[in-house]
Design a protein around this ligand. Sequence first.
Ligand code: NAP
Length: 292
Amino acid sequence: MIDGYTRVCGLIGSPVEHTLSPVIHNLLARRLGDNLVYVPFHVPDGKEGDAINGAFALNLLGCNVTVPYKSRVIPYLDQIDQEAARIGAVNTLVRTENGFKGYNTDMPGLYRAMRQEGVGIEGEHVLILGAGGVARAVAVLMAEKGAERILILNRTLPKAQAIAEEVNALTGGRKACAALLTDYKREMGGNRFLAIQATSVGMFPHGKEAVIEEEAFYDRIHTGYDLIFNPAVTRFMQFTDLHGGKTYNGAKMLLFQGIIAYELWTGKTVSEQLAQEVYVKLMEGLAAPAAV
Ligand code: NAP
């Protein structure tokens, strides 16, 4: 029941039409008995500042932020969490007295997903495909959680180099390095890798594509973790599986980044049982074409 006490949270982005976040948050609100609704807000290019100020004026409890605004909203925030500042991107805004405080729940969301799925990071040779907003958060996470080496491969080399330099500066080492996607053979040496697929290649409706299609590459991957969740089995995962690697998709990351955001807004803790119930609902939502 929506009444005069209902609190509103929302998603700011462009596009937002196919988001699955309302499935997560509205189910959590119902199950936890919170008088809260979550709605998507399509924000036109250049209007992100107006959106943040308007959301605060309208007494919104919090927001998620998605492409292309994860970095662009930062100047309009009152505060930023230390970890989000290190990553340079926020995906969750929490109302405070004078404005919103920005957090990044993508990184802890991925970490929670990997722990639940039993994917270890410590001592691993990690390969990150892509150098966009999420790849930066993944690279910081891998460095902080004890990866032995982090190789970032991207179509545009300067973006991968910038992330490698930032990670090395943050962690005070030389663990991270960058190369062009096409140079993977030279860079991988004799190691086998935990590979995290953080490009948008292979996302619905382009499910037949993988960012690297050469089979030899997949012989060097012992675990292929695709951050894409639609389709549930990507071409990258199919190649990895064919070459004997374990595979995971981004659905659990999506689940946990949402749950951590909800916990920040409400101060409540979501149980493992409720998390599993939300996951099942997400899977049902994924049966229909969707994207975040
Ligand atoms: P982004 O900032 O737009 O970055 C996209 C990346 O994909 C860039 O590295 C880009 O390379 C690369 N790319 C795009 N088209 C390519 C092509 N044709 N060939 C080679 N590389 C290409 O996106 P993002 O926000 O980081 O998101 C990346 C992925 O993570 C998306 O698939 C998204 O769905 C997924 N994601 C999942 C979750 C989750 O909860 N599971 C959360 C957020 C994002 P260039 O730098 O050369 O352009």
